[in-house]
Design a protein around this ligand. Structure first.
Ligand SMILES: Cc1cc2nc3c(=O)[nH]c(=O)nc-3n(C[C@H](O)[C@H](O)[C@H](O)COP(=O)(O)OP(=O)(O)OC[C@H]3O[C@@H](n4cnc5c(N)ncnc54)[C@H](O)[C@@H]3O)c2cc1C
Length: 417
């Protein structure tokens, strides 16, 4: 296989026979019809083997993004393999915006939405909640469009790559907006936990950057959506944290401007810049668990009791929120969630040993997991946690009777079809 044999972080070598690079939807249709086992490959940013297949991986990177903005319906349509970075720059150029982004803009629109990727914000659904329609190549090579008039869209919007190769995605848009990012350092954990709901509601999108062994939350990042012409004052302290001018230590080639400088949504909602390497440059692993908001404080308290076990392997934990949705395999299905992310040092054995410990400790809160990040749950737990998983399997069998898009990851996490 080519250089795309590993995922971005290099913790996984795909076992697929080959990676194919079609240049048109018609070619995708021919390839899907020919191959008995196929999966789409996005930008390879998942840490799990969710994309893998014993057959052929199909990358849509060579397809024209063909971004079409429709101001009448307030939607944009884009080729599935296009990165969010290309899409958001084009939207901003024309005065439009998405409601949210993930931390990095490098990920493909189809790959990110199909795994339930999210940003933060109490009122913000995961990115897939903006999907108005998907166009996909199904198992027999047909090109099919599924939109909001179909009861299948809530399954396909977080479809785990299991229904076909998504060639185009149509997303809701809104008028462009400006955002200011403020950073507050060293808020005491006690204060943050006492007022967690207020902390997470203190801006349009809030992230806590923390280590569970430390007495303080290292940084609180607020992304404040600015009303036209109004620039609210920046408080010098917040929840015991102190405003911090991080402009001196910003890595401008990697990280979007903070230090309270307002800017367009496309340059503030993602943490990282498209033309730099995100996060720890791939020298990392990631996991993420989502608990219902009412269990958020208790879940974080439990993780603090494991702080000294977690800390030697943790680069940083990022804690965010997402609004409840109706997408069957979404971690936020029918519950507002606190998203507890772990960016691990590249210590695969130690992380593999820690995940069951964390999952056991969080079990009373019945967390769901990020599909693209490392976890230890098997099918039994996942069926308990995702109440529509049985319906998902039944619909997947309808779309894909021979199991062309089924793979070892789905078999392990959802059991036999
Ligand atoms: C540094 C870093 C930061 C991250 N930050 C966030 C974050 O802020 N929030 C968050 O929620 N997640 C985050 N993630 C996780 C990431 O968003 C997901 O793993 C996402 O799936 C990656 O998209 P991708 O294009 O790389 O997809 P891949 O990893 O290539 O594939 C993921 C899945 O999508 C399927 N797929 C890809 N393209 C298509 C298609 N055209 N049609 C059908 N199925 C397809 C694949 O078959 C596979 O099942 C982060 C990951 C990294 C590495």
């Amino acid at each position: 296989m080519s250089s795309t044999t590993t995922n971005w972080a290099g913790n996984l070598t795909y076992s697929a026979e080959t990676v194919l690079h079609p240049t048109s939807a018609t070619e995708v249709q021919q390839l899907v019809a020919q191959w008995p086992r196929v999966r789409a490959l996005g930008t390879r940013h998942s840490f799990t083997d969710i994309a893998d297949t014993p057959g052929a991986l199909i990358s849509l990177a060579e397809l024209d993004p063909a971004i079409r903005i429709d101001p009448a319906t307030m939607t944009v349509s884009v080729a599935g393999g296009t990165s969010f970075g290309i899409l958001i720059n084009e939207l901003e150029k024309h005065g439009f915006a998405l409601h949210n982004t993930g931390s990095l803009p490098h990920i493909s629109v189809a790959g990110a939405t199909t795994t339930g990727t999210h940003g933060s914000g109490d009122g913000n659904g995961i990115l897939s909640t903006a999907i108005a329609a998907v166009e996909l190549v199904t198992a027999d090579g047909s090109l099919v469009t599924v939109d909001r008039t179909s009861e299948h869209l809530p399954a396909l919007a977080v479809g785990l790559g299991a229904f076909g190769i998504i060639t185009r995605v149509t997303l809701d848009i809104e008028p462009s907006y400006r955002v200011r990012q403020d950073v507050y350092r060293f808020a005491p954990w006690e204060t943050v936990l006492e007022q967690l709901d207020d902390v997470m509601a203190s801006a349009y999108s809030v992230s806590l950057l923390a280590d569970f062994a430390s007495p303080t939350v290292m940084q609180i990042w607020l992304k404040t959506r600015l009303a036209d012409g109004i620039e609210p004052e920046v408080a010098s302290t917040l929840f015991g944290g102190v405003w911090y001018d991080d402009s001196e230590e910003l890595a401008p080639e990697n990280v979007n401007q903070r230090a309270s400088v307002p800017g367009p949504w496309s340059e503030r909602m993602p943490h990282f810049r498209l033309d730099g390497q995100p996060s720890n440059g791939g020298d990392e692993l990631q996991s993420e668990y989502y608990v219902a908001r009412e269990h958020g404080v208790e879940a974080l308290e439990v993780l603090r009791t494991l702080g000294t076990q977690i800390s030697p392997h943790l680069l940083i934990s990022e804690i965010r929120t997402a609004a409840a949705d109706s997408l069957w395999m979404s971690p936020a299905y029918q519950r507002d969630v606190l998203c507890i992310g772990f960016t691990w040092a590249k210590h695969p054995a130690e992380v593999a040993a820690l995940l069951p410990v964390i999952e056991e400790a969080l079990a009373p809160f019945a967390p769901r997991q990020h599909w693209g990040k490392l976890f230890h749950y098997g099918a039994g737990v996942i069926h308990e946690r995702f109440p529509r998983s049985g319906d998902f399997l039944a619909l997947q069998r309808e779309y894909d009777p021979q199991g062309k898009f089924w793979n070892p990851f789905l078999e392990r996490t959802l059991g036999p079809r």
